[in-house]
Design a binder for this molecule. Structure first.
Ligand SMILES: NC(=O)C1=CN([C@@H]2O[C@H](COP(=O)(O)OP(=O)(O)OC[C@H]3O[C@@H](n4cnc5c(N)ncnc54)[C@H](OP(=O)(O)O)[C@@H]3O)[C@@H](O)[C@H]2O)C=CC1
Ligand SMILES: O=C(O)C1=N[C@H](C(=O)O)C[C@H](O)C1
Length: 274
């Protein structure tokens, strides 16, 4: 049982690659207590999540009933749901959390802009804090800030994101967010010099509404990587971030759990709560 002074947290996607790291990080945080772990595998239901992830007994069973778990979490005090699940389910899970008064910290990517707008409206009406964070690592925030500075001086930019080949969505949430941040420069990027023909469709990547090309690479051996390439006559300026271990995301996840407690609306991006 958590004490009054700790933040009760439910993890949705508990034994995924990210979920399992978050559970260990929560266990090591003195002010945060794991109270619920959601997964879908029927064979794991009722088993101790700590043992399922090969860590140590945590006396929190794996459940597949999100709503019942949210209700139980709220009975422990003002609670948080960390979502690290799947693009197909994240919108419904976050809506459910807000409806039950549980504050979502959403790491799952793949939400559309319309879905994010809808969740912002819903959180606002309910006066419930919600954080949507496409990337929890500080290095990515710094790279994006450097890119925003470069965007003032360069008119040509393309993004290459590279991930492991178990990733469900493309382009990555980080790449989408980076393009949105570049668009804040309010200029036209990548005006073509010639009429381009793609002999293989998609060869130039996907293009955002702001005209920024995003290229997605999926290979075993990768974790999460991004390059932002700025070009102008006679020079190339490249920003690159590499994730070599999911440990890089954990300080950001814990920070967001603490920050979301004080919010009454939806905020998008780690940079807004640092
Ligand atoms: N914001 C950030 O910094 C980061 C974000 N991510 C994002 O987090 C998400 C999870 O990534 P990762 O841990 O690598 O993925 P995994 O596939 O390893 O884990 C996802 C988990 O979610 C569960 N899940 C899958 N589909 C559904 C569904 N339809 N409904 C409910 N639960 C489901 C799975 O449970 P089961 O096994 O029971 O099916 C699985 O355990 C992705 O969207 C990824 O892009 C990843 C890294 C960093
Ligand atoms: O799926 C992943 O692994 C990651 N997903 C996030 C994204 O889509 O940007 C964050 C990070 O790149 C790892």
């Amino acid at each position: 049982m958590p004490t009054q002074s700790t933040i009760p947290v439910v993890v949705n996607g508990a034994y995924g690659k990210m979920g399992r790291e978050v559970i260990k990080a929560i266990d090591q945080a003195p002010d945060i207590t794991l109270v619920g772990a959601i997964g879908r595998n029927p064979e794991l239901m009722g088993q101790d999540i700590g043992e399922v992830i090969g860590y140590k007994p945590l006396e929190v069973p794996v459940m597949n009933d999100l709503e019942a778990t949210l209700v139980a979490a709220q009975s422990e005090g003002l609670a948080v749901m960390v979502d690290l699940s799947h693009p197909d389910s994240v919108y419904e899970s976050v809506r459910a959390a807000i409806a039950y008064g549980v504050r979502p910290v959403v790491g799952t990517t793949g939400l559309s802009n319309a879905q994010i707008r809808d969740l912002a409206e819903f959180a606002d009406k309910a006066s419930i804090g919600c954080l949507i964070v496409p990337n929890f690592s500080i290095g990515v925030v710094l790279m994006q800030q450097a890119a925003q500075q470069a965007a003032q001086y360069f008119d040509h930019v393309e993004i290459i994101e590279l991930h492991h080949n178990q990733k469900a969505d493309a382009p990555s949430g980080t790449a989408v967010q980076t393009a949105q941040m570049l668009a804040e420069a309010q200029k036209t990027f990548n005006t073509p010099l010639v009429k381009e023909t793609e002999t293989i469709p998609g060869a130039r990547g996907g293009t955002t509404p702001e005209g920024i090309n995003i290229h997605s690479v999926r290979l075993p051996g990768l974790i999460a990587h991004q390059e932002i390439l700025f070009g102008s006559p006679g020079q190339l300026y490249t920003l690159r971030h590499d994730t070599s271990d999911r440990a890089s995301f954990m300080p950001g996840v814990l920070l967001c759990i603490r920050r979301v407690m004080a919010l009454k609306s939806l905020i998008y991006g780690l940079d807004k709560v640092l």
